[in-house]
Write a protein that binds this ligand. Structure first.
Ligand code: FES
Ligand SMILES: [Fe+2]
Length: 355
């Protein structure tokens, strides 16, 4: 059975996915944790374009990582109270890009339109730094649970040398878990029939699984009270795995921002900025729960990274991926990336999988 995306014409054949496609430039990407930008500037890349993040006078700023003078990388510079100093001739740039100091200049003002660095849209939200190197929509998406009382949050990052959409799909795909994470996430010998509902959301799509604790070690140890989970994609680069108890209370949400670092012509590279937020049981402190859970999550990530990096060099951009009724979200993700006008809430559709 094919899961159709309601109110959207399904034009792709069920057995053929689209060609490789790039994530859009006119979007917000969560490129770093807020705490990662301190006294030193930090360089980040989106779709091959470099930016520098820094804090000056208590204000977070983002500039293109290129000095207007001789195009030196500003991320190699030094932060001052009034701005970021270029590592070459020391011109200093305020958070809005104005040149506020030019060492050696006696007469005249350092600032002129041609001497300004390019400021970029930047925002701090939910402990993440959201950046755009294009023209982003009004607001970045919100993360569930973060900042609520009795919620403990873990943050980490890693990079994968793989196609960003492939990495994003992998994060949301339950059907590889028996083979890539055997015993850890799910176990081949313990498949159970799971009702799944796929529905469109404002800005994305999600699959909701009526699955009591997954068959692997992680859920048996940490998720005994879980009755339902979801895999959610939010355009263009955010994915979330959420777990709810019988009352529908969210117990754990793993949000992952997939930042396409490379340009489509380069070897693919994606930076992942991940936030794990959970409500630990009352009898166990959040830090203890986090410290116990982290090694399992890191092992899972290492397994995903290994398979994705084996796939990446074999990928033939001339050949479409084969699709099946098990590929619940990928066709929707591809369609939303091809045409963001399809970001429309819609009626849910149900199916079943043996997971
Ligand atoms: S290259 Fe930046 S000040 Fe000269
Ligand atoms: Fe995985």
């Amino acid at each position: 059975m094919r899961v159709a995306y309601p109110r959207v014409e399904v034009s792709l054949p069920a057995d053929a996915g689209p060609h490789a496609q790039a994530l859009p430039i006119d979007a917000w990407y969560a490129v770093a944790h807020d705490r990662e930008v301190g006294a030193s500037p930090r360089s980040v890349r989106i779709l091959g374009q470099s930016a520098v993040l820094f804090r000056s006078g208590g204000e977070l700023a983002a500039l293109r990582d290129r000095c207007p003078h001789r195009h030196a990388p500003l991320s190699d510079g030094v932060v001052h109270p009034d701005g970021l100093a270029c590592p070459y001739h020391g011109w200093r740039f305020a958070p809005d890009g104005r040149c506020v100091a030019m060492p050696g200049l006696v007469d005249g003002s350092p600032d002129a339109p041609s001497r300004r660095a390019d400021p970029l849209p930047v925002r701090v939200q939910d402990g993440l730094i959201w950046l755009s190197v294009g023209e982003p929509p009004a607001d970045p998406p919100r993360l569930p649970l973060v900042g609520q009382s009795a919620v403990h949050t873990l943050r980490w990052r890693f990079d994968v040398r793989a196609d960003p959409v492939d990495a994003l799909e992998n994060f949301l795909d339950p059907t590889h878990t028996h083979t890539v994470h055997p015993g850890l996430v799910r176990t081949e010998g313990s498949r159970r029939r799971v009702p799944v509902t796929v529905r469109g959301l404002p800005g994305g799509v999600e699959a909701v699984y009526q699955e009591e604790a997954q068959s692997g070690l992680i859920a048996r140890w940490f998720g005994a009270d879980i009755r339902e989970s979801y895999g959610r994609y939010l355009w263009p680069g955010l994915a979330q795995l959420g777990y709810r108890d019988a009352e529908g209370t969210e117990k754990l949400v793993i949000s992952a921002s997939f930042v396409p670092a490379s340009t489509p012509g380069e070897p693919p590279e994606v930076d992942l900025v991940a936030v794990v937020s959970g409500r630990p049981p009352r009898w166990i402190p959040g830090v203890v729960m986090g410290a116990l859970l982290a090694p399992f999550l890191k092992r899972t990530v290492a397994q995903d990274k290994a398979i994705l990096e084996r796939v990446a060099p074999l990928r033939d951009p001339e050949r479409r991926y084969a699709m099946s009724p098990l590929d619940l979200l990928r066709p929707h993700i591809d369609r939303l990336l091809a045409d963001p006008e399809r970001l429309t809430p819609s009626t849910p559709r149900s199916t079943r999988l043996d997971l």
